[in-house]
Design a protein around this ligand. Structure first.
Ligand SMILES: [Zn+2]
Length: 142
């Protein structure tokens, strides 16, 4: 089974073409039903080592609960705004560098690989630059 770096939940499935080719899959492409519950979607991301993309801010709490039951960490979370036009603008701004990811642990901009590896939550539903925060309470390795 090939692994994709991003799993798009139903709220953002129409954005697949805006991610680099082959890097994003919808939950139905991964074998879940459209109405799959949040925990099934989170579990899918865990098994695929993929970052979940959604519009649902509240899913953070469920991710934390999931991690507690697994005693393990997810691979980050990207939260987009509502509305296709807004979502496209945010993704374009990320591509062009108008929006970038910053976290106090890193001196430079944070890459997608670092975001996934460090299990960070990117919230783009805020004005200006995205908010980047930890999704788990692990100690930093370096
Ligand atoms: Zn962790």
């Amino acid at each position: 089974m090939s692994k994709s770096r991003f799993v798009l939940d139903n709220s953002v499935k129409h954005l697949k073409g805006l991610f680099p080719q082959g890097s994003a899959k919808t939950i139905t492409e991964c074998g879940l039903k459209e109405g799959a519950d949040d925990i099934a979607v989170i579990d899918l991301c865990y098994k695929r080592d993929a970052m979940l993309v959604t519009t649902d801010l509240g899913i953070q709490q469920k991710c934390r609960q999931y991690q507690a039951t697994k005693n393990d960490c997810l691979s980050g979370l990207l939260i987009l705004p509502d509305g296709a036009e807004q979502q496209k603008r945010v993704l374009k701004d990320i591509q062009t560098g108008r929006k970038a990811f910053h976290h106090s642990h890193y001196k430079a901009k944070v890459s997608w690989l670092q975001l996934r590896h460090a299990n960070l939550v990117i919230n783009t539903r805020v004005p200006g630059q995205p908010s980047v925060q930890e999704l788990c309470d692990c100690k930093w390795e370096d």
